[in-house]
Design a protein. Structure first.
Lengths: 312, 326, 328
């Protein structure tokens, strides 16, 4: 009899979040092909502590690998430490516990987050002819990923002469709620009548911004772009409200996580900075500083030509 | 049992019968059923260390629920303690993070809790506004203020302060021990002192209680202060367990607290209920929640079960009380 | 003279003055707040809350409260969303009656629990708040209904306008308010709700069928939550099992209490509630314009509820001294 199959669980931020369906799909397919057991669980709401009982339960169930999209950068420290002490491989997938990296074994992120800000500025620049006022509509004021990208956007705008004629007039926060994001977007348009472009690096924000522009019929005056889900943005791209936006493949994050976890536990992959391994369909993957692993090098850009090829 | 029933009916019901139709008995039976169901749902459930560990996650709410039971018996309600926990924990964490020495920071947190209790007490008792709406308002206000202070950031507490739940006394985590001790003390106060009887009398008929010379306003005022203070203690304990504080600490905790009191047979219109009931109900809630979580039951089903339990508990309590009295 | 005096003393004038002062204050800092464009933004923020507030007002007048409206909104929006997704032949307008019917059924469920077992509405609806939310997850299998499944005619209700550039959804909201006014003031049952709320003990003696009236009030609250649910799908173009309707109850109760409905039952007006909703809309629209972070919004709402309570009390104290509660 062979050893028990590897038990992998992925804990999402909350249930009903369409973004995680795609990640879970990657986990499921990889587990099917590699013969692991997989379960997806998530709390009903995304507050900082709601994942704790779920992690405790998975420790109790004796899983081998916990993948988690953390709802808090530090509130999970104690329970993740317990999990690691029990010999469980802890991976943060699609979001990291920045500043508390010792409480997980590795992190799997879609792209190197350092390039997101730069790419997004280039995207909005190309849409507005590299000239005019732009604004950022982000998630919450403390969202760590978004804040990192916003820093990147500011640096790119300042340092690259290509964007010298573009000025960032405001950064506002819609808290990832449609209502709040909409009022913030409306306020941007009232406060800055000359606004040319808006970057919304969050799926809720970009949809809300696009809807405001669509209902006002000002798509030719204000360009909306950012990071969004093709399934949520398809209609806006097709009717011309949004010319182009970006994201990555959430599916590949799940796919990679399973291959990595199995390799580490079976000893074929060394979880060390600088070591490399092969993943089917993704090629050679390198473990970067802080045990951070990326599934793709560049952001994927979606536009009217290619959006129908993506079903997430 | 039919032989017993054939005895000539007397106004005195047999002791076994009065015991059987007490709401706490229902809670106890549900607890037994819950433990059995949990062990059937998942082979990983029946492990006393796991259950104790899971209880620590709810212990702060359970501690406040004990005081809430007394508030409800006195004929009032307080929906704000979970928000109070968040605001006092945020104030405490914010104070110590800005360099104020730890004892003073704790003092600030506790004082804030007392102050929040005072605001509730003032509006309910002095202004005679209904506690249910007042505390829905303060619930929004307190959590809102926590959000103003902390934003979406989490505030760290120092490493040495972390881990109240890791301190074991006879193999039981400290928060659980505190809950058990507090339950014992309150059970004695509520069941065996004049003060306790007065709380019941206020809840049964406040006007009559006042004519009987009970200072109902003063007693209710002190109960609101007490729950405010205990909520802040619970908030700071949560901070120690988590190692960091964010405004959404104990979000939605008011539902759990009310659930514990209701499941334990506390009568929503006041005058009846026991600490024992809430004590058992807290364990019931933990058993049901963790039983479902460890069995990987969808959180949606958990919401339905918890909401359904609340309604079933209150229907049962109402029926039991209407049969035993009047 | 006395008519003017009585108008000025009415609760509604107080709120109207508050709205005007608030708008002038914000307008003095940000002149663009006093434009027609801004009025459109404010109005577009309010329709769902206004519809929910009409139901909640009747519930509060009947001396109850309904905390489950956000979850009823979620279930009824999800049922229609699922039908749009899986039944291709379903016409776009069918979601309206379906959502209203689903909401009415759920509301009736609340009402039955409350009347059959003589339970307090607050606890029952606290339970169904959680139960109905769970139901939303279960029927949807925790999957969001994406934009592409919501019919464009339905979405157009929030964007196209029959007249003056004011979208349909706003006309629907004000239509519901007018119907509520007619129902509450000019029908026998409507008046009975007020009679029931102002004195539940005496109500049966006056020939009021307490059970039926209570059931009706909760069914209306549910039906209007259902209408708000389908309009949520129209306004935001998606239905999410966890976000849709979450926290709706707090906004609605805040609006109703600000609008002067008394939690002691028997008192409440449609005009006051409409003004309460508009005041909240002004606050919500002004915050981002002034650059006040959204994190302070909840605190402001909470403070506004408490202030409204205290004002309500002092008004009642000076006005109707005789009605002071015996226990007070």
């Amino acid at each position: 009899m062979a050893a028990d199959p590897l038990k992998i669980v992925y804990i999402g931020k909350n249930t009903g979040n369409p973004y995680f369906d795609s990640i879970t799909g990657g986990f499921e397919d990889a587990c099917k092909s590699l013969g692991c057991e997989f379960e997806f669980v998530a709390p009903a709401t995304a507050e900082a502590t709601s994942q704790i009982p779920f992690i405790e339960a998975q420790i109790q169930r004796g899983v081998n690998v916990i993948g988690i999209a953390p709802n808090s950068p530090d509130a999970l420290n104690q329970v993740l430490a317990d999990a690691k002490a029990k010999g469980i491989l802890v991976l943060t997938v699609n979001g990291d516990i920045t500043g508390n990296e010792q409480y997980r074994d590795a992190t799997i992120l879609p792209v190197n987050f350092d390039i997101v800000g730069r790419d997004q500025v280039e995207m909005v620049g190309s849409l507005i002819g590299y000239e005019g006022e732009i604004a950022i509509l982000s998630a919450t004021t403390e969202a760590p990923d978004q804040n990192k990208w916003i820093v990147g956007m500011n640096e790119t705008l300042k340092s690259d002469p290509k964007y010298a004629k573009m000025s960032l007039v405001a950064t506002v926060y819609g808290d990832d709620q449609p209502e709040k994001s909409t009022t913030e977007m409306e306020a941007l348009l009232s406060n800055f009548p000359n606004l040319k472009g808006v970057i919304a690096p969050t799926t809720v924000g970009i949809a809300a911004a696009a809807q405001v522009v669509q209902s006002r019929g000002i798509a030719d005056k204000v360009a909306v772009t950012g990071l969004g889900l093709p399934s949520e943005m398809r209609d806006f791209v097709k009717d011309g409200t949004v010319k182009a936006f970006q994201l990555w493949s959430p599916y590949n994050e799940g796919w990679l996580a399973v291959h990595f976890a199995k390799g580490v536990i079976e000893g074929t992959i060394k979880n060390e900075v600088g070591s490399t391994f092969e993943v089917p369909n993704l090629g050679t993957i390198t473990i970067n500083a802080n045990n951070s692993i990326n599934t793709q090098a560049e952001l994927t850009t979606f536009n009217a030509e290619n959006i129908d090829q993506f079903d997430f | 049992m039919s032989t017993l029933d054939t005895t000539p009916s007397t106004p005195v019901t047999p002791r076994w019968q009065t015991l059987l139709i007490r709401p706490e008995t229902m809670t106890f039976l549900l607890l037994v059923v819950g433990i059995f169901a949990g062990s059937q749902l998942s082979p990983f459930f029946l492990d006393i260390n796991y259950i104790l560990k899971s209880f620590t996650l709810y212990s702060e709410l359970a501690i406040v629920a004990l005081i809430l039971t007394m508030v409800i018996i006195a004929g009032e309600i307080d929906l704000s303690p979970a928000a109070n926990m968040a605001l006092s924990a945020c104030l405490f964490a914010w104070a110590q993070a800005s360099g104020i020495p730890m004892p003073v920071a704790i003092g600030i947190g506790l004082a804030a809790g007392l102050l929040m209790g005072l605001l509730n007490a003032w509006m309910v008792i002095s202004l005679q506004l209904p506690s249910i709406i007042v505390t829905i308002g303060t619930l929004t206000l307190y959590r809102g203020l926590a959000q103003v202070i902390a934003g979406d950031k989490s505030i760290r507490v120092p490493e040495w302060f972390i881990g109240v739940d890791k301190i074991m006394i006879l193999g039981i985590p400290l928060p659980v021990v505190l809950f058990i001790v507090l339950a014992l003390v309150l059970a004695v106060i509520l069941g065996g002192t004049i003060f306790g009887r007065q709380i019941y009398q206020i809840g049964t008929n406040e006007t009559a209680a006042r004519y009987a010379g009970i200072r109902s306003a003063r007693i209710k005022f002190s109960l609101f202060l007490l729950i405010g203070f205990v909520a802040s203690v619970a908030g700071i304990m949560t901070a120690s367990r988590l190692g960091s504080v964010r405004y959404d600490l104990a979000l939605g905790g008011e539902l759990q607290m009310v659930l514990m009191a209701m499941l334990g047979g506390t009568y929503i219109f006041g005058g009846r209920g026991t600490i024992l009931g809430t004590f058992l109900a807290a364990w019931l809630l933990v058993v049901v929640s963790t039983g479902m979580i460890v069995a990987n039951v969808l959180p949606a089903v958990q919401l339905v079960v918890l909401g359904g339990l609340l309604i079933v508990a209150i229907i049962a309590t109402n029926l039991i009380y209407s049969r035993t009295q009047r | 003279m006395s008519t003017l005096r009585s108008i000025l003393l009415r609760r509604e004038s107080g709120i109207a003055v508050m709205i005007v002062l608030f708008c002038l204050a914000v307008g003095s800092v940000k002149p663009q707040f006093l434009t027609l464009d801004q009025l459109r933004i404010i109005l577009l923020l309010t329709p769902l809350i206004m519809i929910g507030a009409m139901g909640q007002m009747l519930v509060i007048v009947a001396r109850h409260v309904d905390l489950s409206i956000g979850s009823m909104l979620g279930v009824s929006a999800m049922v229609s969303g699922m039908l749009y997704r899986y039944v291709e032949v379903m016409p776009w307008w069918a979601g309206l009656p379906i959502s209203i019917a689903v909401g009415a059924t759920l509301g009736l469920g609340n009402g039955l629990l409350i009347t059959l077992f003589r339970l307090p509405a607050i606890i029952v609806t606290l339970g169904t708040l959680s139960l109905y939310r769970g139901l939303t997850f279960i029927i949807s299998n925790a999957k969001q209904i994406d934009r592409q499944y919501i019919p464009s005619e339905l979405k157009a209700l929030s964007q196209t306008s029959p007249i003056f550039g004011i979208p349909w959804i706003i006309f629907i909201a004000f239509g519901v308010a007018i119907l509520t006014y007619l129902f509450a003031m000019h029908t026998r049952v409507g008046r009975q709700i007020f009679a029931l709320g102002s004195n539940p003990v005496a109500a049966p003696l006056r020939g009021i069928k307490v059970t039926q009236v209570t059931l009706l009030v909760f069914a209306i609250s549910g039906a209007l939550s259902g209408l708000a649910g389908i309009l949520y799908a129209s306004r935001w173009g998606f239905v999410n099992p966890s976000n849709t309707g979450a926290g709706f109850e707090f906004q609605v109760i805040a609006a109703v209490v600000i609008g002067g409905a008394s939690i002691n039952g028997g008192v409440g007006t449609v005009l006051g509630t409409v003004l309460g909703v508009l005041l909240l809309g002004c606050v919500a629209a002004a915050l981002p314009l002034l650059g006040i972070p959204g994190t302070s919004q909840a605190a402001i709402y909470g403070a506004v509820i408490l202030i409204a309570l205290v004002i309500d009390r002092s008004v009642r104290r000076q006005g109707i001294v005789g009605l002071k509660r015996a226990g007070a």
